[in-house]
Design a binder for this molecule. Structure first.
Ligand SMILES: Cc1cc2nc3c(=O)[nH]c(=O)nc-3n(C[C@H](O)[C@H](O)[C@H](O)COP(=O)(O)O)c2cc1C
Length: 372
């Protein structure tokens, strides 16, 4: 049995459930499992070198012949990556000084060095996506280059752009996106916007208010993201004008996700109020579980390095925390939906459960509404 919407027709899937292409979380096993269950899995392309991305795409094809997507960030801080040479000595000293406090606690060497510049993977990874022709190119945190949507269309690849404001939804549709993801402020991970606003407020409108406005503003199907982890969320999103839902946090806590055990365990123990919007983890605004790293960094007032340079500088801290099994210094992106996540099922079971629950909600609705 299916549960079809315009999204299913556009992508050739049974159920309007999309698994987010979460960086370092969504590998071929997770993607294939979601696809086999009738949803749409998306591979994470963030920071993946082109040859590895191609190998991951081919691995998905070994595991399933169902349609799937590939996600890339298009953020301007990646095209090309920001040169750490441009950071002032004062900002560098402040940030490394703060990180050194964590390094000392974790027993790793302190440093005042300038982080290395990240490799520029943008063009080469876009080329892999165009060559390999997945069913969907999922673009986040940035603009489609002129002509990129046309190039995808010529190759039979649908383009999905994630936005967090109505204005960006209009621009993405005008730039040729076939689908728009409306990312509400509840969402886990980074706010999907190019650049970095001084405050995350403008990109943190809740999905209940944002989704119907975006559905009104564009003519292409809209997918709801943020705060959704079960069938109630799916039905609510459909009622607000969406053609489907994109889930992140729910899929982090699945058997097939690549998240380390300490992160999955913390997710299951956390409530919605345990998340925070912070720029201390990567230099960009993101919703994550608050821990000693995010709290102490923010409270200190220490400067945060530019977008993604911050992430590069803190990587030794994160790896040391992982090695010690210490979630207090490990980055754990999570949305407010974390309070709905209490088990660690297989990803296919998540798809099946959301649909089962949505059917039950739809059946029960007429009894809950008495019209006279
Ligand atoms: C751990 C994690 C990593 C994420 N990484 C990405 C990413 O690499 N690319 C992307 O487009 N969205 C990413 N997102 C954001 C999701 O696409 C989506 O907006 C969000 O997960 C929806 O909210 P939810 O977490 O409440 O389901 C990530 C989300 C999480 C939780």
């Amino acid at each position: 049995m299916t549960f079809r919407t315009a999204l299913c027709d556009l992508l050739g899937i049974d159920y309007p459930i999309v698994q987010s292409g979460m960086g370092a979380i969504a590998g071929p096993e997770l993607v294939a499992e979601v696809c086999r269950a009738g949803g749409l899995g998306i591979l994470a392309g963030l920071n993946v070198p082109p040859d590895d991305l191609r190998a991951m795409i081919r691995r998905v094809r070994e595991l399933t012949n169902r349609p799937f997507g590939v996600n890339l960030w298009l953020h301007r801080a990646l095209r090309p990556p920001i040169d750490p040479g441009e950071i002032s000595d004062e900002v560098l000293r402040g940030a490394q000084g703060m990180l050194n406090r964590f390094r000392q606690r974790l027993g790793i060497p302190t440093t005042m060095a300038r982080p290395n510049r990240a490799p520029d993977l943008m063009e080469s990874t876009i080329k892999v996506v165009l060559d390999e022709r997945p069913a969907l190119f999922s673009a986040a945190l940035g603009w489609l280059e002129p002509g990129l949507a046309d190039e995808c269309r010529r190759r039979g690849i649908k383009v999905m752009a994630m936005v967090s404001t109505v204005a960006d939804a209009r621009s993405a549709a005008a730039d040729g996106a076939d689908l728009i993801v409306a990312q509400g402020g509840e969402a886990g991970g980074h706010r999907s916007i190019d650049g970095k606003p001084a405050s995350p407020d403008a990109t943190s409108v809740g999905v209940m208010a944002l989704l119907p406005q975006i559905a009104d503003a564009v003519r292409v199907p809209v997918v709801a993201a943020g705060g959704i982890a079960d069938g109630r969320g799916l039905v609510a999103a459909l009622a607000l004008g969406a053609s489907g839902v994109l889930l992140g946090t729910r899929f982090v806590a699945t058997r097939e996700s690549m998240a380390p055990e300490l992160y999955k365990k913390r997710l299951l123990e956390s409530d919605s109020g345990d998340t925070t919007l912070t720029d201390t983890l990567s230099g960009l605004w993101a919703r994550a579980l608050a821990n000693r790293f995010t709290r102490e960094y923010t409270e200190s007032g220490a400067p945060v390095l530019p977008p993604l340079v911050q992430r590069g500088a803190a990587t030794d801290v994160f790896l040391a925390a992982l090695k010690r099994g210490d979630p207090d210094y490990y980055p754990m992106m999570a949305g407010q939906s974390v309070g709905l996540v209490r088990d660690l099922p297989g990803a296919g079971e998540v798809v099946a459960a959301v649909i089962r629950e949505a059917r039950a909600v739809l059946r029960a609705l007429p009894e809950r509404v008495r019209e006279t």
